[in-house]
Design a protein around this ligand. Structure first.
Ligand SMILES: Nc1ncnc2c1ncn2[C@@H]1O[C@H](COP(=O)(O)OP(=O)(O)O)[C@@H](O)[C@H]1O
Ligand SMILES: O=P(O)(O)O[C@H]1O[C@H](CO)[C@@H](O[C@H]2O[C@H](CO)[C@@H](O)[C@H](O)[C@H]2O)[C@H](O)[C@H]1O
Length: 459
């Protein structure tokens, strides 16, 4: 590996101006761009850090850029921009464009995360706990990071962007970033402190300390051990479906793993009791999300009255004096967030929660059934994405998962069907919006659950 020269300078003021026309085209095409549907009207630089000097063969810039979309104050995105004379063919998919003038005039710029040297620069910064301008790296002193691990791009469909180093570590760079404690770091750290082996323990992490954070830093990325040879639950489920096999044994193991993580989270972090006063805002939130979703996705509208009964039934129980325990949860649990190691053990990943929700909301204690509902939806997804669909397969998985969950936690989620239906409905509504926005061909999958949930008084 060439010697890594890390500069601590901020970027030149003209840099963003020269990149803006290219970013305006490129950014909305990225899977992780959250503002799809309305054009980017401008950019402002939140922070810029030169990691490799502009004058060298490869210039490298870490940028935090706010994308403006009309009058709406835009989201802040993390970009790693490389600048070269010309791009080698292997980097063609990362092309952002050719800069005509300004500090990078005549250079070709690209998404540098998937280039070897820039990824090495990031790993070296994490390994050495570097401070570079506004960027600050921290690491777990108990875990060793070997120098010189070879990076490779992760090709999975993602909300963020990840690089694997030597099959030993995986670095996830968060793309849409906000100041404040990020559950994707907070929860795995808390679980590691509890001694849980169900979640890879963070090895090192990257922050930005900025004035606009109101005293809180931005979490920009997390490095964690890579589970070698793992298969994710989604892939595994589809494989079994294709073979005509059931997935009950794995579903039950997943239920047990989920309950173990919930038990550890309830020990590690504050819990709460939800009564009538707390349930009100929670149910209001579900109803508001449904209304907003019905506005955005016309196909949902005919089912909205039936779906509202899922939420009002929960409010009625609270009015009668029922209470529920709330705790920190995963927040976006589905088969793709579960990794099965070759040993057969399941691990859970990606504790960011639903990226579209505000951080404060994602960090609130919630009924653990929220994650259970996410997994139940996922079995449905798998069963409906095969040809021909296999709805009975999903039923068996759902039952096995709940049984496994009950074996460890002592509580079978099916014993509270009103709560489960409310959370499953909330999740299916979220999925309708998600699919309409990102994968319109998949919209029929959550819509089929919507039909069922709108028609049923319980599960
Ligand atoms: N610790 C890990 N070991 C092995 N693979 C991992 C690990 N963490 C993540 N992955 C892989 O990376 C993918 C994306 O990770 P994830 O945390 O879900 O990112 P995103 O938030 O961008 O969706 C996962 O689907 C999985 O295939
Ligand atoms: O990117 P994330 O993994 O954080 O989650 C988002 O994308 C998921 C799709 O990749 C989406 O999950 C939905 O589709 C899955 C199948 O592809 C299915 O297993 C899930 O049950 C379903 O919710 C997830 O909702 C979204 O937040």
């Amino acid at each position: 590996m060439a010697e890594t020269v890390i500069l601590s300078g901020t970027t030149s003021p003209g840099l963003l101006a020269s990149l803006a026309p290219l970013l305006r085209e490129w950014l909305p095409r990225q899977r992780w761009f959250a503002g799809k549907g309305s054009p980017v009207t401008g950019f402002s630089l939140v922070a810029g850090t030169e990691l490799l000097p502009a004058a060298s063969r490869l210039g490298l810039y870490h940028l935090l850029v706010r994308a403006h979309q009309g009058a709406v104050p835009g989201d802040c995105y993390q970009l790693l921009i490389g600048a070269r004379e010309a791009l080698p063919p292997r980097l063609a998919p990362a092309l952002i464009g050719h800069v005509p003038d300004g500090p990078l005039g005549g250079r070709t710029v690209y998404d540098a995360l998937y280039d070897t040297r820039p990824a090495e620069v990031l790993l070296e910064a994490l390994r050495t706990e570097a401070r570079i301008g506004v960027l600050r790296c921290e690491r777990d002193p108990g875990q060793e990071i070997r120098a010189g691990l070879v990076p490779r791009r992760l090709t999975a469909e993602q909300s963020n962007s990840s690089v694997v180093f030597g099959d030993t570590f995986i670095l996830k760079l968060l793309r849409r970033v906000v100041p404040g404690v990020n559950p994707d770091l907070e929860l795995p750290l808390a679980l590691a402190r509890e001694g849980s082996s169900r979640v890879p323990a963070p090895t090192a992490w990257l922050h930005a300390d900025l004035e606009d954070g109101g005293g809180e830093s931005y979490v920009l990325g997390v490095l964690q051990p890579y589970v070698q040879g793992a298969t994710d639950g989604w892939e595994l489920a589809l494989r079994e479906l294709a073979k005509g096999e059931d997935f009950a044994t794995e579903a039950r193991a997943l239920g047990r793993a989920t309950a173990e993580v919930h038990t550890a989270l309830a020990r590690a972090l504050p819990t709460a009791t939800l009564g009538h006063a707390q349930l009100g805002p929670l149910v209001d939130g579900m109803t508001e999300r449904l209304d907003a979703a019905a506005q955005a996705v016309p196909a949902l509208r005919p089912y909205a009255p039936g779906l509202r009964t899922a939420f009002s039934a929960l409010a009625d129980l609270a009015a009668e004096g029922r209470t529920w325990t709330a705790q920190r949860v995963h927040g976006d649990l589905h088969l793709g967030q579960c990794l099965r190691a070759p040993s057969g053990e399941w691990a859970l990943i990606d504790f960011e929660g639903e990226p579209a929700r505000p951080l404060a909301e994602r960090r609130m204690p919630q009924p653990a059934v929220r994650d259970v509902a996410g997994m139940l939806r996922s079995f449905d997804y798998a069963a409906l994405s095969t040809d021909p669909p296999a709805p009975g397969w999903a039923e068996v998985c759902r039952a096995a998962y709940c049984s496994g969950y009950a074996e460890v936690s002592g509580t079978d989620p099916r014993t509270d069907p009103v709560l489960l239906r409310a959370y499953e409905t909330d999740k299916a509504v979220y999925e309708v919006v998600y699919e309409a926005r990102h994968r319109p061909d998949w919209l029929p999958v959550p819509l089929s659950a919507i039909r069922r949930l709108a028609a049923s008084d319980s599960l």
